[in-house]
Design a protein around this ligand. Structure first.
Ligand code: SF4
Length: 462
């Protein structure tokens, strides 16, 4: 197995290349991001590298000298969206031969997709994989000088590839919210999921690097910090994940420290206690259940039972009263019967989640579930989806009603003409009347509530 950590010299070498790319710094990059929060974090890194290389940022591809398309492979819909956007750049390339177009992210790691992309989109200059982000300066330099299309992908098998490169610059999209990757990849191989094949083996950053990044953010005034990874609670650095969370949440100042995503098999009592005891750790827990039926969970290779999941979910709810619980559910996993589906409906009723993220099962090429017989027809997936949504709406309505008359602490995300919006420690959206400034906390009295939004008035505004 190759070394995970990219040497400091190799990173510095890339940054030196970046510094020499566009003396004068009058170029612009447009980065299009599809998919999950990990991709959003990667795009901030790409943007930081581009800034070092003299590229300002633009949202408009027409103004760009460099377009990067950061793709997602988690669902077919996300892939098609990225491809259709890529198709729109043909004209721009015809009008500007110096325009560079690169594709990266999860789709770039799938050989068939990559080959098809290079064939169907001849104006794409380069494709690079998820563990080649740190090489972007070299990739741009090569594309500028050689005028030759290139692919930068690890030649290691998917259970061996994956690196960690420390010390790269990050250009963040927000001045008060930040994501901090703590680990990458996944070794779980859930049968429906493509992540272990496209993000490589599970690997964790050292805690000192994570904690100094969090400290710099807290000192810099960031108020909502998310520790990010495919399975954050499987973190295997030099300390345990609960300990990391505790230290990251115990710095001076008021801020919300969140984490995403957790795997139920690694959700421990120690973690629950840290959520309960450390004030800055957000009172929110996203624990993907995916299905409420044991046979389906086993077919998904989720490695927990319905009973174990329920035990953990109900335990955290009793330890941290008022915690916001959310989950992911896959609707219409192959072979799922009506009775098995109804067990998922039942688990939602038992846990009483604040919100569920329901996805229609989408077969991902190369995964075991895609080859299973008895794929569920689309209309049936939609029917199950709608039933789940309606059950969940009633639960969320009931839970949010309890907030009416209470005062909650809200981090303000937008503020205009006395109309503000923000999120609580539990990540509930609150729209309120007030004068709070973006990036500051406000105490808000809740006056009305719907399934997904609370409304209220800033306390001092009375
Ligand atoms: S735990 Fe399962 S669903 Fe989550 S990223 Fe890993 S393989 Fe995919």
């Amino acid at each position: 197995m190759s070394d995970i950590f990219i040497s400091r010299e190799a990173v510095e070498n890339q940054l030196n290349i970046a510094s020499g790319l566009n003396k004068g710094g009058d170029k612009k990059v447009c980065i299009l991001t599809f998919g999950c929060q990990q991709n959003e974090a990667d795009s901030e890194l790409l943007s930081g590298i581009c800034e070092r290389a003299g590229y300002g940022e633009t949202d408009n591809p027409k103004d760009a000298d460099l377009i990067l398309i950061n793709t997602c492979a988690i669902r077919e819909h996300a892939e098609l969206k990225a491809l259709s956007r890529t198709g729109q750049f043909k004209k721009l390339k015809e009008q500007n031969k110096d325009l560079l177009i690169g594709v990266c992210g999860c789709m770039a790691e799938q050989k068939e997709r990559r080959d098809a992309l290079m064939k169907s989109y001849p104006y794409v200059d380069f494709v690079f994989g998820t563990d080649r982000l740190y090489m972007l300066p070299e990739i741009i330099r090569n594309a500028k000088s050689a005028k030759k299309r290139s692919i930068y992908i690890s030649d290691l098998p998917h259970n061996e590839f994956g690196v960690i490169a420390e010390g790269l610059p990050i250009r963040r999209n927000s001045n008060h919210k930040a994501k901090v990757s703590i680990m990458y990849g996944c070794d779980n191989f859930c049968t429906y999921c493509v992540v272990p094949y496209v993000r490589g083996r599970e690997r964790s950053r050292e805690s000192c690097n994570i904690l100094s990044e969090v400290k710099a953010l807290v000192d810099g005034g960031y108020k909502d910090i998310m520790l990010l990874g495919q399975n954050v609670n499987s973190y295997k650095g030099d300390i345990s994940f609960p300990e990391l969370l505790k230290r990251a949440g115990s710095m001076d100042g008021e801020y919300f420290l969140r984490f995403m995503t957790s795997h139920p098999k690694d959700a421990s009592d120690e973690l629950f206690e840290v959520i309960r005891d450390v004030p800055n750790v957000a009172k929110q827990f996203h624990l993907p259940v995916q299905s409420g039926n044991n046979r389906v969970l086993s077919a998904m290779n989720r490695r927990y039972t319905r009973e174990k999941y329920l035990e953990k979910a109900l335990k955290i709810k009793s330890l941290v009263p008022g915690i916001t619980m959310t989950t992911d559910i896959i609707c219409g996993f192959p072979t799922e019967t009506e009775e098995e589906f109804l067990e998922t409906v039942d688990i939602i009723k038992q846990v009483e989640f604040d919100m569920i993220f329901t996805f229609l099962y989408s077969p991902r090429p190369g995964t075991p579930a895609a080859k299973m017989e008895d794929q569920i027809p689309h209309e049936e997936k939609v029917r199950r989806f709608e039933l789940l949504s309606s059950v969940q709406n009633d639960i969320a309505d009931k839970l949010n009603e309890k907030y009416i008359g209470k005062t909650v602490r809200v981090l303000c995300d937008s503020s205009e003409h006395g109309e503000c919006s923000g999120r609580t420690s539990g990540n509930k959206i609150v729209n309120f009347e007030g004068k709070a400034m973006v990036g500051t906390f406000a105490d808000v009295e809740i006056t009305s509530a719907g399934a997904y939004i609370l409304k209220g008035k800033e306390k001092d505004e009375k």
